[in-house]
Design a binder for this molecule. Structure first.
Ligand SMILES: Nc1ncnc2c1ncn2[C@@H]1O[C@H](COP(=O)(O)OP(=O)(O)OP(=O)(O)O)[C@@H](O)[C@H]1O
Ligand SMILES: [Mg+2]
Length: 252
């Protein structure tokens, strides 16, 4: 597939024994878009994310990111290139402060700064950037609090701040609103919309009203295959999509 896409895969397959969880997916993500991946439970969405980020080796097929073939690269290398999956990289340290959590992520992006932490100026600069990021996710006033004390929704917001600290070209979010209340969902949706202004986002999301309001492009997976792709209006009126949702009983 030509590089009209920032992230793409061709004929991607992942088998578990005789079962093909991802069964020949060819898909491209356009730079600067919010692209949603939906589909019934067990469709292969998380497995597909794991393949794209090289967290899980593929059985066959190729993956391209930002103009290069990443099919055989390590997950660390892929992350360093700017393909970031929020929770995988940015596990939160519960006993550290929010500020420290974000500073650690910033440091990952800037190896060598650790040696200069004694330098007041470097420390000041990192702190300022960490506060900026916390401010973006609505947590600046909690910077000194311990991360473990946060509510579930705010932990997810902190995860987003640490993912942003890694300066992703493409951010992959697997069900970022799962387990949140309505108010938190609205806040995180606004945040994702804001992040999507300057970055490419690929998100798995079960909440279809969130998908309809955020995503420019939607891909529907079912039984490891790409069933449909297009705008919300296009995919939601597609008979194959309706059939897959009803047939599986999935809430997708
Ligand atoms: N490590 C594994 N070993 C065997 N089977 C697996 C493994 N990981 C996933 N599967 C199977 O692959 C299929 C796809 O799973 P996956 O988690 O990717 O689905 P999903 O679309 O993310 O579902 P959900 O919406 O419930 O999160 C499922 O049938 C699952 O049981
Ligand atoms: Mg999943």
């Amino acid at each position: 597939m030509a590089d009209t896409y920032i992230l793409s895969c061709e004929d991607l397959v992942r088998s578990f024994g005789a079962f093909r969880a991802v069964d020949g997916i060819t898909l491209g993500i356009r730079e600067g878009t919010i692209h949603a991946l939906i589909g019934p439970n067990g469709a292969g969405k998380t497995t597909f994310f794991n393949l794209l980020t090289r967290f899980l080796p593929g059985t066959s097929g190729t993956i391209r990111f930002d103009g290069r073939d990443i099919t055989t690269l390590s997950p660390e290398t892929v992350a360093d290139l700017g393909l970031i999956r929020s929770f995988q990289i940015s596990a939160i340290f519960p006993s550290l402060s929010l500020l420290e959590n974000v500073r650690i992520a910033l440091h990952r992006r800037e190896p060598g700064t650790m040696a200069f932490w004694r330098s007041g100026r470097t420390m000041h600069r990192l702190n300022a950037r960490a506060i900026d990021l916390l401010d973006r996710v609505g947590l600046a006033d909690r910077a000194a609090d311990t991360a473990g004390q946060l509510s579930y929704g705010r932990k997810r917001a902190l995860e987003l701040a640490t993912a942003l600290a890694l300066d992703p070209k493409v951010l992959l979010l697997d069900e970022p609103m799962a387990g949140m209340g309505t108010e938190e969902i609205d806040r995180i949706a606004e945040l994702i919309r804001d992040i999507g202004m300057s970055r490419t986002i690929l998100m798995v999301e079960h909440n279809l009203s969130v998908v309809a309001s955020l995503a420019q492009e939607i891909s529907v997976l079912a039984q490891g295959k790409l069933l449909a792709q297009g705008s919300y209006a296009q995919v939601s009126s597609d008979p194959a999509v309706i059939e897959a949702y009803i047939g599986s009983g999935g809430h997708g």
